[in-house]
Design a protein around this ligand. Sequence first.
Ligand code: ZN
Length: 140
Amino acid sequence: MSDRLQKDVGRTSPTCPLCRCAPETAHHLLVDGRYTKRIWNLTAEWTAQPTLRLQEWQSSNSVAQWWSNTTMTPHIDPHKAMASIIVVLIITWKIWKERNSRIFKHHETSATALMSTIKQEARAWVAAGAKDLAGLVLQE
Ligand SMILES: [Zn+2]
């Protein structure tokens, strides 16, 4: 998978639509962009799960490396590991949707508002039976 995201139809700017201050790569978008880091920091406050804490992550240069660093952690409870993967999937999906919303609909959502939609999505997963997730996220 290419790490460059510039080939979207009709896009001329390779700049990240979330912070507008760096080239858009998958790694920047999902891991270390300014907007994205804000989301990960809010996630750390919300989940109390060390593997989801930005500060605990090993440095990575690609999404594949980051993904294996954060989700293939050998010494954690498998229920927490599965719940963490669900959280990471919800977050990366919401960030991707936010990126597309900015590009194609010219609509921006703040990091705190996006975090609210992430929590809503997680609550829907819990309501649908994701018990492991209920144990991971702090109820609000
Ligand atoms: Zn950015």
